[in-house]
Design a protein around this ligand. Sequence first.
Ligand SMILES: [Zn+2]
Length: 94
Amino acid sequence: MFCSAPVNHPESRRLVVELTSVYVACDDCGRSSVLRMPEIMMASRKGVQTYQELCQRFRCAECPPLAPAFRNLTIRPTWLDDSSYGRVKDDLVN
Ligand SMILES: [Zn+2]
């Protein structure tokens, strides 16, 4: 279970519904992509609940499939509360 970097990340237990986007880059071939809210919501509907579970699903489309522990991915999440979305949420409340 503690075999890939995202698992040891302090934010790994946070919920995918708290994410606004996730930047994923492959360190092997340099390919990068950004997962946006529609895709995150889709994953959530398919049963992915935590950021950790989401990270385990990421893989590079260019490189051969590898177990999560052997993927060289750089994953950078953006959370609702550390972007301008936090302010938008406050506006909706007020
Ligand atoms: Zn790759």
